[in-house]
Design a protein around this ligand. Structure first.
Ligand code: UD1
Length: 430
């Protein structure tokens, strides 16, 4: 397995182009199943999770063409054309779904367009049990009959197809909101999703569905109203820039005391992070092309609590913790979205961080300097937090199992090296 070797202590300076958002791209790719016409997506990031979704769609029979470069915002995103005119399988097999939980996003579109679908349950994952009960309950509210058989969700629409319904989410879920919104776009009548997720990726999906002929109101609010259509048509859509990648590089700049301009980044998608970091003496200053991250004083400890959007994103919690490890003073970091999302703590501790976990909160006492060490992580965001820690640490850090990073960060080391980081990928010879 490849590793990353980082020699810490360099101050990052320069600019980084932000790629298309992984978490927007995944549901957008699944949306191609809603029509027999071609869906064209630009600004597609080059990531392992995107390949997994493309493989899943291909085994359903989707015809996929990738056309080199052509991304928005001056980044290197690619353009993909997807045509689901001839679907050959309505089953999403365990072998693909277990690799990536977002595979469950094919359930709503397949069921809505073809009246049936069989999708493997994703199974456990490193950051908690992550069930799909809300996806299932929402589809049942639309008239679907759903059984769990042999580890699969086996779903059937009622005769005449799914029916619009009102569904109140007992808990905010990004994926379930996306699945139900796609299903509702082809259901009979109106669907109202109450306590829906408000993440920018939901808005991006809604805009693409509208371009495909759907009628959706309430984008950006927690109440989405979708009027179902008999059929949807082809469309062209540019995937929005990745706010988590943006926040990660912002914290990478901050942890080295550096100044980096994030090109194509959208400050409006990171307000909670901007406010939190302002308290830590890190400013996000809007520029013509995005925003610049710069220190306004010594790095200070501040508290952060993860919440659904517009709150502080759980996908930036590990990176924030790495940053707080070298801040002046203490910081309380509370995780409210996922159980078991502190796996980076023992690894950061191996680098000299002082962190005590109490249930869903971690008390971080800042230290003047971390020290490099061999480390390893079990999920995407935990891995990148170790890269950040390595950038600030004295000496050498080797991050193992970096396949996690390749799931969610496009050309990570290239982007950081261009800003002065001293790091290299050590290829596994085996
Ligand atoms: C998405 C993101 C992920 C991010 C997460 C929260 C994608 C591809 N992934 O994941 O990066 O960390 O949002 O912002 O967009 N839950 C249930 N039942 C369900 C569904 C969810 O109990 O049916 C729970 C989960 O276990 C979790 C919480 O709801 O505790 C939020 O999960 P959800 O918003 O659904 O996350 P994902 O869509 O999987």
């Amino acid at each position: 397995m490849d590793k990353l070797r980082i020699r810490g202590g360099r101050t990052l300076k320069g600019e980084i182009a932000i790629s298309g958002a992984k978490n927007a791209a995944l549901p957008l790719l699944a949306a191609c199943l809603l029509t027999d016409e071609t869906l064209t997506l630009s600004n597609l990031p080059h990531l392992a999770d995107i390949t997994t979704m493309a493989n899943l769609l291909a085994q359903h029979g989707v015809d996929i063409h990738l056309n080199g470069q052509g991304g928005a915002h001056g980044c290197q995103g690619r353009v993909v054309e997807l045509n689901a005119g001839t679907i050959t399988s309505l089953e999403a097999p365990y072998d693909l779904v277990r690799k990536m939980r977002a595979s469950v996003l094919v359930l709503g579109p397949l069921l809505a367009r073809f009246g049936q679908a069989k999708v493997s349950l994703p199974g456990g994952c490193a950051i908690g049990p992550r069930p799909v009960d809300l996806h299932i309950k929402g589809l049942q509210a639309m008239g679907a009959e759903i059984e769990i058989e042999g580890g699969y969700v086996v779903a059937k629409a009622p005769p005449g197809g799914l029916r619009g319904a009102e569904f109140v989410f007992p808990q905010v879920s990004v994926g379930a909101t996306e699945n139900l919104m796609m299903a509702a776009a082809l259901a009979k009548g109106e669907t109202v999703l109450v306590n829906a997720a408000r993440e920018p990726e939901i808005g991006d999906l809604a805009h693409c569905l509208i371009a495909m002929g759907a009628e959706i109101e309430g984008i950006g609010s927690d109440k989405l109203r979708i009027r179902g259509k008999e059929r949807l048509h082809g469309a062209t859509h540019a995937i929005l820039p990745d706010r988590i990648e943006t926040g990660t590089y912002a914290m990478a700049a901050a942890i080295t005391g550096g100044e980096v301009e994030l090109i194509g980044a959208r400050l409006q998608d990171l307000q909670a992070v901007a406010i939190t970091l302002a308290g830590a003496n890190v400013a996000f200053v809007p520029t013509e092309r995005g925003f610049r991250v710069q220190p306004t004083g010594p790095l200070l400890g501040v508290d952060a609590m993860t919440e659904p959007f517009p709150g502080f994103p759980t996908d930036l919690q590990a990176q924030m913790m790495a940053l707080m490890c070298v801040a002046n003073g203490a910081s309380m970091i509370t995780e409210t979205i996922f159980e078991n999302r502190f796996m980076h703590v023992p690894e950061l501790a191996r680098m000299g961080a002082k962190i005590t976990v109490h249930g869903s909160s971690a008390l971080v006492r800042g230290v003047p300097k971390l020290t490099g060490a061999p480390v390893m992580a079990t999920d995407l965001r935990a891995s990148v937090s170790l890269v950040l820690a390595g950038l600030a640490a004295g000496g050498e850090t080797v991050v193992n199992r970096i396949y996690h990073l390749d799931r969610g960060y496009e050309r990570l080391e290239e982007k950081l090296i261009a800003c002065g980081a001293d790091m290299e990928r050590l290829k596994d010879a085996t």
